[in-house]
Design a protein around this ligand. Sequence first.
Ligand SMILES: [Zn+2]
Length: 309
Amino acid sequence: MPHQHVVHRGIKDALRAVAASEAAAASEAAAARFLHERCWKDGALFCPRCSADKIYTLGSGRYRCSACRYTFRDFTGRWINNGGLSCQNWLRLLDLFVEETTAHQMSIDLNLSYNAIYKALTATRFAIMAQALDFRQLLGAETGLGDYLKGKKLTGQRSRKTRRIIPVFGIIEKAGWVFIDLVPDILAETVLHFNANFQLRVIRTGNILYTDRYKTYDALILCCDASLPLQYIRNYERDAYVDSVGQAFWTFARSRLKRYKGVSAYRFPLYLKELEFRYNHRKQDLFPILAEHLCSLVPDNNQVARHLS
Ligand SMILES: [Zn+2]
């Protein structure tokens, strides 16, 4: 069976290479065409500002809306508009992301600075997170991640006035699907309190803490920083519910979480949502899905703000 799996993967990878990354290898124009098709369903252009569909083509890749006169390009207002990579490099980066290549290795393979790779990966992870039903909540005060967005652009830095928050997430696996929810009514301190006073088992691996079952969740999970009094955790060397045999998601996640050692508490939600995405699509080719997500429009930030207020 494992052999069959490998063969299947081999065919899948070959098909992907033909369908998509071939475009990258062929030329910048081919890669741009591939991404253009992901931006405009059936080639139908519309204005990213007012949604009008009567659009003039201006040349050199620019368009103008007949209704509001807005001038835009294929990537305007989309996640892929962040990072400044060429179209060929975007496709190469997605390919490497699917293979879970490290950012350091990507910068060598693509001959780009680590900083450029980091920005492009942040955009990719936001594009994944934007598909979550609780995306607007994920951008809220509980995580502070909304600070990254200015209009439809990722700024790459958080504002100084945001207070330090460590969000807590709950993991539920059901029928082969995993759901990783923000649990807004529980603080990191609450988890430690439950550990100290109500025997909730807490396991520590590097910066990451996870618990035994809690209410409907298989585990609570959080990424801590120096502000938490970790020395008071009791029984942290023992196993939790998710460590028991047959926990498919956790088996999938554990080795990957180990690689997240250097991840900050602030960026941790992006990595959790990436894990959720990888697990729930583990039987599919991630490349075309990622290309779609990356080419989708950034939700209106004002709407996010209104929603939260
Ligand atoms: Zn318009």
